[in-house]
Design a protein around this ligand. Structure first.
Ligand SMILES: *[C@@H]1O[C@H](CO)[C@@H](O)[C@H](O)[C@H]1NC(C)=O
Length: 511
């Protein structure tokens, strides 16, 4: 004891220098390995659109091979809808399971184990033609959904836990970058002249095996999340090793201390399961915010753009095939814009970017409605509609596309984190399914006014998030969760705690 306060001050300065972290090879590998999962999710989401006609033909042929009778158009449509929907159903189940999975197997090993599910799914989809079985296709999509539901939980937790706080936002965005890249690649491979309308549709679906294989090769060389090792598994030695490997430090004491401080603060509230999370008053605000963030992503109406874009482009005078190509332009805008937001996330901050994104989407959704309704009076408004919808996509990618995925892990400390991820991922999948299901009906009943409900949602979400979401950039998990618990002067509490740790650490070092 009896360490002069100056010593502690110096340690604090060390910490600030150190968080300018090195990008180590191990970190790059770990991020790449994890993001391959996000890519798989995007790929499986987008891949089913292009080969629709081929798959329906396959259903008909399968029936003929089995009992000699062709399948009616109605049954084909229904079965195809089941094939599409089974992915979302699997995803919902996977999302619900993700938290328990992440705690039981670990973030990295959980992802590694999940590749089995991904490979089995790809194999079933690939071999369904040889097996003359659409049941295989349905089960394959269901398994693929479970796998991707787990990924949407595991990858954001892993990324947020291996990052040091000053690049946590940037790493978090990479999940969404993986997703939109996966969608774009599936759209490009689905082009009529690539694999879309050819006889290769089962190869197109089966290619989902590639990201799984890459994960299987890379992940064994990546460290487990140090935070999971230390706080959940109480395995300090391996946590230290993982930190050193990921951050390139010669020693990792500062980070260990920060995690221990978090652990200490959580001691009173033990491991929280989903039920505990739903009923805890302390965690209620964080939970509501997480759910609202995910709803703001799905109810922003981005799904509508994907539905509408081909018809926009056709209205503007492009023919069918060209419109399909132009639609992938929307995907490309998302990829580029998501890359642009990587450095912004830790500079500008999550709150600002998300609000800017929602605000911009609000304004441009109004513009889209106006130009849609007036375009029969003013022909060049068709072009304005296209431009407005591209800008709308830009604003989506600025914040609402990526931030919900990364912020949930930040709003909770280690104890309730995985349960919170489960709940919000579940909400995301259900909302996605709901909007995807409801939008075609909205389009039929509201016509050119079908964006108006989204305009309303965007306004409500903007106001709510403006009022309640704290900024999370450059804060420790402990600081963020104390803010949400309504804790008073958090930084000072925390500094006091770190000081205590440093003092006791120093005193054990040189008694
Ligand atoms: C099913 O296939 C048969 C034989 O190729 C064809 O005559 C029939 O029109 C197809 N039915 C549908 C609904 O596509």
């Amino acid at each position: 004891m009896g360490l002069p306060p100056g010593e502690v001050e110096k340690k604090e300065t060390d910490l600030t220098i150190r968080t300018e972290m090195k990008i180590t090879l191990r970190l790059v590998m770990s991020v790449f390995g994890a993001v391959m999962g996000s890519f798989l999710f995007g790929y499986n989401t987008g891949v089913i659109n292009a080969p629709e006609a081929r798959i329906k033909e396959f259903l008909n042929e399968t029936n003929i091979k089995r009992d000699g009778t062709p399948m009616s158009v109605d049954t084909q449509t229904n079965l195809f809808a089941i094939i599409v929907a089974s992915f979302a159903i699997g995803g919902t189940a996977g999302g619900l399971l993700a938290g328990t999975w992440a705690d039981k197997f670990g973030r990295k090993n959980g992802s590694l184990l999940n590749t089995i599910c991904g490979i089995a799914s790809a194999a079933l989809m690939f071999f369904c033609r040889m097996g003359v079985s659409y049941e295989m296709l349905i089960v394959g999509r269901l398994l693929g959904g479970i796998c991707c539901g787990l990924i949407t939980g595991l990858t954001p937790i892993y990324l947020s836990e291996i990052a040091s706080q000053n690049i946590r936002g940037a790493l978090g965005v990479l999940h969404q970058l993986g997703v939109v890249s996966g969608i774009l690649v599936s759209q490009i491979l689905g082009f009529p002249e690539v694999m879309g309308t050819s006889d290769l549709w089962n190869y197109l679906l089966g290619l989902a095996v590639v990201p799984c294989i890459l994960q299987l090769i890379i992940l064994p060389f990546c460290p487990e999340s140090p935070r999971h090792l230390l706080i959940s598994k109480q395995d300090e030695a391996n946590a230290r090793k993982a930190l050193i490997a990921l951050r390139g430090y010669s020693d990792a004491e500062e980070d260990i201390l920060e995690m221990k401080a978090e652990d200490e603060a959580q001691k009173s509230e033990a491991k929280v399961n989903i039920w505990g999370l739903l009923t805890s008053r302390n965690l209620r605000m964080a939970l509501i915010l997480s759910v609202v963030m995910h709803l703001s992503q799905q109810f922003s109406g981005i799904v509508a753009i994907f539905y509408y874009s081909s018809s926009f482009f056709q209205d503007a005078g492009l023919d069918g095939d060209t419109a399909v190509h132009a639609t992938s332009g929307v995907g490309a805008v998302m990829v580029v814009m998501t890359i642009v937001t990587i450095p912004l996330m830790d500079k500008v901050g999550r709150r600002t970017l998300h609000l800017a994104g929602l605000g911009g989407m609000f304004v441009f959704s109004i513009l889209i409605t106006l130009t849609l309704t007036l375009q029969h009076l003013v022909p060049w408004f068709k072009i304005v509609t296209i431009v407005a919808s591209l800008v709308y996509v830009l604003f989506f990618a600025l914040g609402p596309g990526s931030i919900p995925w990364l912020i949930v892990a930040e709003l909770f400390s280690q104890g309730p984190r995985s349960a919170a991820i489960s709940v919000s991922v579940l909400v995301n999948w259900v909302a996605n399914f709901g909007v995807g299901y409801a939008f075609p009906h909205m389009k039929t009943s509201l016509g050119d006014y079908s964006f108006i409900p989204f305009t309303g949602f965007l306004l409500v979400f903007f106001i709510f998030i403006y009022l309640y979401l704290p900024e999370t950039k450059n804060k420790t998990f402990e600081e963020i969760s104390s803010t949400l618990r309504g804790g008073g002067n958090i930084r000072e509490d925390k500094n006091a705690r770190r000081e205590n740790y440093l003092v006791s650490y120093k005193s054990t070092e040189n008694p």
